[in-house]
Design a protein around this ligand. Structure first.
Ligand SMILES: [Zn+2]
Length: 448
C-alpha cells in the first residue's frame, strides 16, 4: 500500500487529536480528508463518509494505523545532531566545551548545511516532528543552507543563526567586534527566509544565552525581532553554574529572567528553552508577559540540569510546549521527550517536590502538538487534526508498541488513552510511518 505524496487525499484510520476548544477527538474508524491546498477539509467517522460516497474520493485505508497531529519541537540545535547521545552527566559548560562548540565550529559553510540539514530533517520527520524551532551555528552561510534544505524537504521550520559576542568557538572571530555583523547577517536571513513558502519557514532571532551575549546584543537582537515581527529565542535557567555565571555577568539584574526583561526580550513571540529553576518572581513575570517556554526534560536529565516543576508552571498559566533539545537531548523524538518528562514528573512527586497529579498520556499529547503550536502562535493553522487547519499530520503504527507482537491487535478495543500511553512508554523507533506538512509527504518515515 502507498501513502499519498501530495494532496488531495483521504485517509481511513483511527484519528486521535487534541481539540482547540479542549478535550480530544478519538475516532476508532475515522476519515480525514485533505483538499488540494493541503488543508484538512473534513474529519469524521468512516460510516458517515462512506454513506455520502459518490462524488467523494475513496479513502486510503491504513487501519489500524493512527493519525495524529504532527509533533511540534520547540527546541533543537541543527548542527549538534551528530553528537546526540554523547556526554551524559557532564555539566552544561563542560559539555558545551567538549562536545558542542568544536562541532558547531565545523558547521561554517553552506556545503556543511547541505550535507547535514537534509538528514536532520529526515530524522525529525521520522520521529514524528513536522514543526521544528531550531538553532543553527553562528555562521550565516550554513544557516542559509539549512533554510534551503528545509525549503526543499518540506518540514515546517523556524530557524535562527546563533548570536554570541561575549565568547566564541571560532578563533578567527573577535567576539567584541561581532555585534553589528551578527545583527546584519540575522537581518539578511530574515529578508531571505522569514515567511517563505506562505509562512512555512520562519526566522527566530537567536542570541544563544546570557552567558555568551552582551547586554547590548540581547537588547539589539530583541529590537530586531520586534521590528521585523520574527520570533526571538534563547535559553534560560538551565543549570546552577550557568545561573551563577549570569548573576556575575549581569549584576544589575534581579535574576536570570530579568536579564532578558531588561533587554526587551519577553513577550508572546519569545521562546525560552529550559526555565527549570525559576523563582516565583520569574515565573510570574514570564506569565505576565505571556512569554513561552520550551520544556526539554530529556536534555535536562541527560546533563543533570534539574527537573522542571511542570505542574506548578502550568497551574500558574505559563505557555509550555516540548523540545527535544538535540543534542543535549539524545533523541529527536517528541514521544521519547514525553516519556522522560512523564518519568521526571513522577520522580518529582516521589521525592516530595510536587504534590499535584502527574499529567496523563493525552495531556502529554496536547503538550507535544497543540500547546507547541500555541507557543509559536500557530495554533490557528496547526497542532491538531481539525477541519480548516493545515494537514500537518503523522500516521503511527500502534502495533509496534504492543506488549506482545504475536497477539492480534484489535484497535477497536483499545481506549485512546491506552493508545497514547503505549506510544509514549513503549515508543518504537519505526512507529511513525508517514508525515505530511500541508498534505505534502515528508522524506524520513519509512512508509507502510
Ligand atoms: Zn539548547
Amino acid at each position: 500500500m502507498h501513502l499519498p505524496d501530495r494532496p488531495p487525499f483521504a485517509l481511513r484510520a483511527r484519528v486521535l487529536s487534541p481539540l482547540a476548544a479542549g478535550g480530544i477527538v478519538d475516532l476508532p474508524d475515522g476519515v480525514i480528508a485533505v483538499d488540494a491546498n493541503g488543508r484538512i477539509d473534513w474529519v469524521g467517522s468512516a460510516a458517515v463518509w462512506l454513506s455520502r460516497a459518490g462524488e467523494r474520493v475513496e479513502p486510503i485505508d491504513v487501519r489500524p494505523m493512527v493519525v495524529l497531529p504532527g509533533m511540534v519541537d520547540l527546541h533543537a540545535h541543527l548542527p549538534q545532531l551528530p553528537n546526540a547521545g554523547l556526554g551524559f552527566g557532564l555539566d552544561l559548560m563542560t559539555w558545551l566545551g567538549r562536545y558542542i562548540f568544536p562541532l558547531e565550529r565545523r558547521f561554517d559553510r553552506a556545503e556543511d548545511a547541505a550535507q547535514l540539514a537534509p538528514a536532520a530533517y529526515r530524522a525529525f520527520a521520522a520521529a514524528g516532528t513536522t514543526t521544528l524551532l531550531a538553532y543553527g551555528a553562528v555562521y550565516k552561510a550554513s544557516m542559509d543552507g539549512a533554510f534551503r534544505a528545509a525549503e526543499e524537504h518540506g518540514i515546517r521550520a523556524i530557524l535562527g543563526k546563533a548570536m554570541m559576542d561575549r565568547i566564541t568557538y571560532d578563533e578567527t572571530i573577535d567576539p567584541s567586534t561581532i555585534l553589528d555583523r551578527s545583527l546584519l547577517e540575522s537581518e539578511e536571513l530574515i529578508d531571505a527566509w522569514h515567511g517563505a513558502d506562505h509562512g512555512r519557514l520562519g526566522y527566530a532571532v537567536t542570541p544563544r544565552f546570557a552567558v555568551s551575549c552582551s547586554a547590548e546584543l540581547l537588547r539589539e537582537s530583541a529590537a530586531l525581532a520586534a521590528r521585523r515581527g520574527t520570533w526571538w529565542q534563547t535559553h534560560v535557567s538551565e543549570d546552577h553554574e550557568e545561573i551563577a555565571q549570569v548573576a556575575r555577568l549581569f549584576p544589575t539584574s534581579t535574576d536570570y529572567v530579568d536579564v532578558y526583561d531588561q533587554a526587551g526580550g519577553l513577550g508572546p513571540r519569545t521562546i525560552l528553552a529550559h526555565a527549570i529553576h525559576l523563582s516565583d518572581r520569574e515565573l510570574a513575570r514570564l506569565v505576565g508577559t505571556d512569554t513561552r517556554v520550551a520544556h526539554c526534560p530529556s536534555s535536562n536529565l541527560f546533563l543533570a540540569s534539574g527537573i522542571m516543576p511542570l505542574a506548578r508552571y502550568l497551574e500558574a498559566g505559563l505557555g509550555v510546549g516540548l523540545g527535544s533539545d538535540v543534542a543535549a537531548g539524545p533523541d529527536p523524538s517528541i514521544f521519547s521527550v514525553m516519556q522522560v518528562g512523564a518519568y521526571a514528573q513522577a520522580a518529582l512527586r516521589t521525592v516530595g517536590g510536587e504534590t499535584r497529579p502527574v499529567l496523563g498520556p493525552l495531556e502529554w499529547l496536547r503538550l507535544g502538538s497543540l500547546d507547541g503550536a500555541r507557543a509559536l502562535g500557530l495554533d490557528d493553522r496547526i497542532g491538531s487534526v481539525e477541519a480548516g487547519k493545515d494537514a500537518d499530520l503523522i500516521v503511527v503504527d500502534p502495533r509496534l508498541t504492543a506488549s506482545r507482537r504475536d497477539l492480534p491487535y484489535d484497535a477497536g478495543r483499545v481506549e485512546a488513552e491506552e493508545v497514547m500511553s503505549r506510544l509514549i512508554f513503549r515508543a518504537h523507533p519505526d512507529m511513525v510511518r508517514g508525515a505530511w506538512v500541508r498534505g505534502r509527504r515528508l522524506e524520513g518515515p519509512p512508509g507502510i
